[in-house]
Each structure stands twice: as structure tokens, then as C-alpha cells.
Design a protein around this ligand. Structure first.
Ligand code: ADP
Ligand code: TYD
Length: 203
């Protein structure tokens, strides 16, 4: 079972991915908790290239290539080996993030993202939690963290609004695997809903 968390910056993906991993381990599953961009040593190096330094360092097209290269390494070295061993893989972001951030943020590049995905990744998660949240709250939460990474949150509220709408449209497009979760609740309430859905999917 390959489970991903998606949503705007600060929506609570990392928190919920961690909680779900703990929950499933408690139920006896072997769980690999990972994240993108990154998740393997090569992909973590690419993460530094895309998230640090001048935000205009790369064109949108170059970013698509870099995120996809990172994903390919992550898939080959971490995700697929774990799934082959019967482990549950939980990833904080995956290809839907590229469909949104590189596909929508600077013009319509969704077709390019999808073509490269088909050619180089060719795999979708079994279950995707799209954590929905109003962008102002998400931005405020995300800004509460400090760090050197230039994130898309730095592009401001307008982009966050478009990303939120984009993620909801994506959940409708991939309705078979996506579940929209209201992230504007205490973390334990969000976690309980996520755990119930995951338990059902795993049984
Ligand atoms: P993401 O991975 O989506 O960017 P995080 O899980 O890192 O989000 O959460 C961003 C910040 O918001 C963190 O400081 C986290 O502790 C806090 N947070 C997460 N979930 C909630 C919640 N349901 N309510 C309030 N604060 C939260
Ligand atoms: P992440 O560490 O998940 O940030 P956050 O916890 O704030 O949600 O991701 C870092 C940034 O990378 C985030 O702004 C979204 C962006 N991103 C892309 O633009 N494309 C991608 O394919 C992925 C996986 C992430």
C-alpha cells in the first residue's frame, strides 16, 4: 500500500503523515515514512538544489525535470523496494505536487508534467489524502517554521489560493484514490479520520 499526503504548505501534511505512520505501526504494519522532494540520498541533494537559493534560479520546465529526477531516484531506491517487501509506504508529497506547483504556478505546464510522469515514474499512489485548508491559516502555520529553504509559500497568498483550488480539482480528477480531509481542526481529529480511512483501505 502506497499512501501519500498532499495539500498546500502548512496544511498539516507532515504532522499527519507522522501520526498515520505511528498509528499503522501500532497495528503491526511495517511502515516506511518518507517525503518529497527527497526521501533518498540522491533526491535529498536535488531537494537542496530546488529549495535553496534564489527562487528564480530555475525555469518551471527545469524544475519539472529536477523534481521528476528526484522522484525517480526515490521510487527506485526507497518506495519500490519497500512495497516489494510488503511494507506500507507513506510519502509526504508525491507527483500530485508537481502537477500543482510546476503544472500550474507559472503558466499551464500540466501536460508536460503528465508526459514526463508517464515516461519516468508511471505509478500513482493507492491512497492520497488531500488536506484542505484555507490558505491564510496554512501560510501562517508555514511561516511559523524557520529554515533556509525557499518554499513556494514565499510566492504569497494568491498562489496558495490557486493551489488550494487546484488540489481540490485534482482530488475530483483522481477521485478513485483521493480523499479530501478538512485540515482546519485539531490535529488529533484530523488524524482520527485519516486513520479510519487508512484502516479500511488496508483491511
Ligand atoms: P505541512 O507539512 O503541510 O507544511 P506541517 O505538518 O509541517 O504542515 O504543519 C505546519 C505547522 O502547523 C506546524 O508547526 C504544525 O505543528 C502545525 N499544525 C499542524 N497541524 C495542525 C492543526 N491541525 N492545527 C494547528 N496547527 C497544526
Ligand atoms: P515541503 O517540504 O513538503 O513543504 P511544506 O512542508 O511547506 O508543505 O515541500 C517543499 C516545497 O516544494 C513546497 O513549497 C512544495 C514544493 N514542491 C514542488 O514545487 N514540486 C514538487 O514536486 C514537490 C514534491 C514539492
Amino acid at each position: 500500500m502506497f499512501i501519500t499526503f498532499e495539500g498546500i504548505d502548512g496544511s498539516g501534511k507532515s504532522t499527519q503523515a507522522r501520526r498515520l505512520a505511528e498509528h499503522l505501526r501500532g497495528r503491526g504494519h511495517e511502515v516506511v515514512l518518507t517525503r518529497e522532494p527527497g526521501g533518498s540520498s540522491g533526491a535529498e541533494e536535488i531537494r537542496r538544489l530546488v529549495l535553496e537559493g534564489d527562487p528564480d534560479r530555475w525555469s518551471a520546465e527545469t524544475e519539472i525535470l529536477l523534481f521528476t529526477a528526484a522522484r525517480r531516484d526515490h521510487l527506485e531506491r526507497v518506495i519500490e523496494p519497500a512495497l516489494k517487501k510488503g511494507q506500507v509506504v507513506i510519502s509526504d508529497r508525491f507527483a500530485d505536487s508537481t502537477r500543482m506547483y510546476q503544472g500550474l504556478s507559472r503558466g499551464d505546464l500540466r501536460a508536460t508534467v503528465d508526459q514526463l510522469h508517464t515516461m519516468m515514474i508511471g505509478r500513482e499512489p493507492d491512497l492520497t489524502f488531500v488536506i484542505d485548508m484555507d490558505p491564510e491559516t496554512g501560510l501562517a502555520r508555514a511561516k511559523g517554521r524557520n529554515g533556509t529553504e525557499e518554499r513556494f509559500e514565499d510566492f504569497g497568498a494568491d498562489l496558495q489560493h490557486r493551489m488550494r483550488a487546484g488540489f481540490l480539482a485534482l482530488a475530483a480528477e483522481f477521485a478513485d484514490r483521493c480523499r479530501v480531509i478538512d485540515g482546519n481542526r485539531p490535529p488529533e481529529d484530523v488524524a482520527a479520520e485519516v486513520a479510519a480511512i487508512a484502516d479500511r483501505a488496508l483491511s
